[in-house]
Design a protein around this ligand. Structure first.
Ligand code: FES
Ligand SMILES: [Fe+2]
Length: 394
């Protein structure tokens, strides 16, 4: 039997009678047209309506140290600055000085801000990490002059609406999205038995991908490719068994693979896991997409987030963060385990990036929109496409 035949037979055996019937909207669902992945005008509309008007994740709190740190990031074309003050409070601002608009902090990693004061490289105006304007040298022509109250009130750093959830930092740039608490509530309810305060970050990695941001989302939601592109993760009969699609809200959906977590097979090796989690998550991978740019996976013993930053129609930056559960997993004893965990996440993501770039290449033909979504497998991709259409026509 050829390899292709063997794979076909495995897939047939695995899915027979086990997947739920496809939803009605899959009857003649087709891919978005190629131009949705290549056209600059389409991209600009997505940035406005999907990204700026939505809740987007821009990083994780663990990227910052315990206090007095700043993290510059760029999302949806905006230079942003995350600050963590002495009390550990996290805030997000536009990363620009209120004097002449210089970008305040450069680079792409967190930096210590020793005295808790951030000074502009141009004329040395300085801000506290809560955004208050603190120092304006020679403002009145004299050394050591301080801004007066009215000026302080007017010229602090410009705040960005933000929220922290499961270590992720979310922002809403337009300022008028629904409250974050109600936006995230369906997922918070689903994951209430996971004590996410126990998560400890092992690594963050940034990848620049020559592909449209939606291709990264679609691929994330595509279970169908997993046994073929990531053969190391398992055969179809294990991966696809009892697979269940999950629709929590218009913006939050994904699937659960109940038999995924092989770390649990060696559970006596892993001392700390989410305690008191619901039974249904005991060996499961719960994969959840938060429209438009947040890709999450949780298991009893680890968590992974990817935040997508669209740079151009055919270019996306991915920020991937991996987490283990419990302080003990951060000790020297578990270093090898953590290194291996980080290597596995990286390997899977690099395998995906190879496919994403081929998908983008395919969009050059202009004929890719004539592709056909597979009714049993692609409804989450179709759901995403519908969401994009809806957002752009609203
Ligand atoms: S632009 Fe920042 S102090 Fe002048
Ligand atoms: Fe994948």
């Amino acid at each position: 039997m050829s390899e292709a035949e063997s794979i076909h037979n495995m897939a047939g055996k695995a899915v027979s009678g086990r997947l739920p019937e496809p939803p009605a909207f899959m009857a003649d669902a087709t891919c978005l047209p190629s131009s949705a992945y290549t056209d600059q005008e389409f991209f600009d509309r997505e940035i406005q309506h999907c990204f700026r008007e939505g809740w987007i994740s821009i990083g994780t709190v663990h990227q910052l140290g315990s206090s007095n740190e700043v993290l510059p990031v760029e999302f949806a074309g905006e230079p942003l600055l995350v600050t963590k003050d002495k009390q550990g409070e996290v805030r997000v601002f536009y990363n620009i000085c209120r004097h002449r608009g210089v970008k305040l902090v450069s680079g792409d990693s967190a930096a210590k801000c020793g005295p808790g004061i951030l000074s502009c490289p141009y004329h040395k105006w300085a801000y506290k990490l809560d955004g208050t304007l603190a120092i304006t040298p020679y403002w009145d022509g004299t050394n050591g002059s301080r801004p007066e109250e009215a000026m302080r009130d007017k010229l602090g750093l410009i705040p960005v609406r933000s929220a922290v959830w499961s270590d992720l930092i979310f922002v809403n740039l337009s300022g008028d999205a629904e409250p974050f608490e109600s936006f995230i509530q369906p997922l918070e309810a689903r994951w209430k038995s996971f004590d996410r305060s126990l998560m400890r970050m092992t690594n963050t990695s940034s990848y620049e991908v020559a592909a449209n941001w939606k291709l990264a989302c679609e691929n994330f939601l595509d279970t169908y490719h997993v046994p073929w592109v990531h053969r190391q993760l398992g055969a179809p009969d294990m991966m696809f068994r009892d697979l269940d699609y999950t629709y929590l809200s218009k913006d939050i959906f994904g699937f659960i693979m109940p038999h995924f977590d092989r770390v649990r097979e060696e559970m006596d090796m892993v001392p700390d896991m989410f305690p008191e989690r619901e039974d249904r998550f005991d060996y499961a991978l719960d994969l959840i997409y938060i429209f438009p740019n947040t890709l999450l996976m949780i298991t009893p013993s680890w968590f992974q987030s990817i935040s997508l930053s669209p740079l151009a129609p055919g270019k996306t930056r991915e920020l991937l963060a991996g987490f283990v559960v419990g302080e003990v997993m951060m000790t020297e004893e578990w270093r090898e385990f953590r290194d291996e965990f980080d290597a596995v996440l990286d390997q899977v993501n690099v395998q995906d990036i190879g496919i994403l770039e081929l998908l983008q290449e395919g969009r050059k033909t202009g004929r890719a929109g004539e592709g056909q979504y597979a009714p049993y497998w692609d409804h989450l991709c179709e759901y995403l496409s519908q969401r994009v259409r809806e957002k752009l026509t609203a």
